[in-house]
Design a binder for this molecule. Structure first.
Ligand code: HEC
Ligand code: HEC
Length: 307
């Protein structure tokens, strides 16, 4: 029911049939997936079958799970005070984390605590969520015992049902391009004009968090977010964009698009110097200094992509 209302409201808002159809499709897909839960028997292959958000069992957890779903799906609206841009978690984790290919969050509660190099230590699920809040959402952290954080964790635990702790989730962390071709900003701009402006706008400001989110500018993620790295942006775009024709771009086109998008101005992350403690800083992070080099024409793209 919530989703039907969501689609209706989305349609009314954007009034664009094409986008409505695509959005609707995604929702249907996540419902198709939702048939059954997996048995918790230890096994090497884990089935991708998260329970549907339409079938949350009655009980003390239900309200929190549904609130968590809303927080993840419409973060910029439902948690506006904490979000510093116009994105939702769904802007990058499509279908509120249900979409298998778009940095799926199914099984994520069993994958934490986990060692993360960027933090240089063990990170809990709450800290990982807050990592996306301060970087990808350019916002503020939720207190660990806040209603918002508890609801998000309840929701992620729900869609992770049946996935054993420490299981090998073969759908997770797939959106990184390891061998990045040396990109061209000019070529990226051409592909952008052709394949991306319908949903993200010629000015990159988008049409809505879940229909075409802002790719740069004040309403987008800051340059400390994962997607501010050429390798992660290129991998994400290659695997997921354009919506409706994912998988049609070459590695070169995806790298060109990543270079074009990440050469534009965006909010700045203030704590770059604290990231990746004790290790070499990845060369493909597009921070203010590199954006300036693009403007000056002094950037060494081969070095950025490690060639
Ligand atoms: C601008 C894009 C973007 C937005 C918006 C975003 N994330 Fe992420 N998130 C990422 C990327 C990129 C990763 C790393 C995953 C990968 O490399 O495939 C990630 C990883 C995660 C992980 C760890 C996943 C794993 O498998 O270990 C969690 C949990 C997470 N995000 C939660 C959230 C939540 C909650 C929100 C909303 C408050 C959010 N994210 C918003 C881009 C985003
Ligand atoms: C038909 C509409 C559509 C087209 C065309 C499209 N996108 Fe998207 N894009 C979306 C939607 C919707 C999302 C939110 C995630 C999802 O639903 O998959 C998104 C998310 C993104 C994100 C992550 C969120 C953010 O704010 O950074 C990036 C990056 C992105 N698109 C890049 C591109 C690029 C590059 C192209 C062109 C090759 C493109 N998109 C074409 C609809 C579209």
């Amino acid at each position: 029911m919530r989703m039907v209302l969501g689609i209706g409201a989305g349609l009314a808002l954007i009034g664009a049939m094409l986008i409505g159809a695509i959005y609707g499709d995604k929702m249907l897909n996540s419902n198709d997936n939702a048939a059954s839960t997996v048995a918790t028997a230890p096994s090497t292959t884990v089935e991708y079958a998260p329970p549907s958000i339409e079938e949350v069992p009655d009980g003390p957890m239900k309200e929190a799970i549904l609130y968590g779903y809303d927080l993840v799906n419409e973060t910029n609206v439902v948690a506006a005070d904490f979000v510093g841009n116009q994105l939702s978690c769904t802007s990058c984790h499509a279908g509120a984390g249900y979409d298998r290919d778009s940095s799926s969050l199914v099984g994520v509660t069993g994958a934490y605590p986990q060692y993360i190099g960027r933090s240089g230590g063990i990170v809990t699920i709450e800290e990982r969520i807050n990592g996306c809040m301060v970087r990808s959402m350019n916002g503020k952290k939720f207190a660990v015992d806040s209603d918002e954080m508890e609801a998000m964790v309840a929701y992620f635990a729900y869609i992770s049902e049946g996935i054993p702790v420490g299981a090998d989730r073969d759908w997770a962390m797939k959106n990184t391009m390891d061998d990045i071709p040396v990109p061209s900003v000019e070529d990226g701009e051409k592909v952008y004009q052709q394949s991306c402006i319908a949903c993200h706008g010629a000015d990159g400001q988008g049409i809505g968090a879940n229909t075409g989110p802002a790719l740069w500018g004040p309403d987008s993620f800051n340059d400390g977010a994962g997607l501010s790295r050429i390798g992660k942006m290129a991998g994400y775009v290659k695997n997921n964009m354009p919506v409706g024709a994912a998988g049609t771009l070459t590695d070169q086109e995806a790298a060109d698009l990543a270079a074009f998008i990440l050469s534009q101005d965006r909010p700045e992350w203030k704590n770059h110097d604290k990231d990746f403690p004790g290790m070499e800083r990845p060369t493909d992070i597009m921070d203010k200094e590199k954006r300036q080099q693009v403007k000056d024409g002094t950037i060494d793209w081969a070095k950025v992509v490690g060639k």
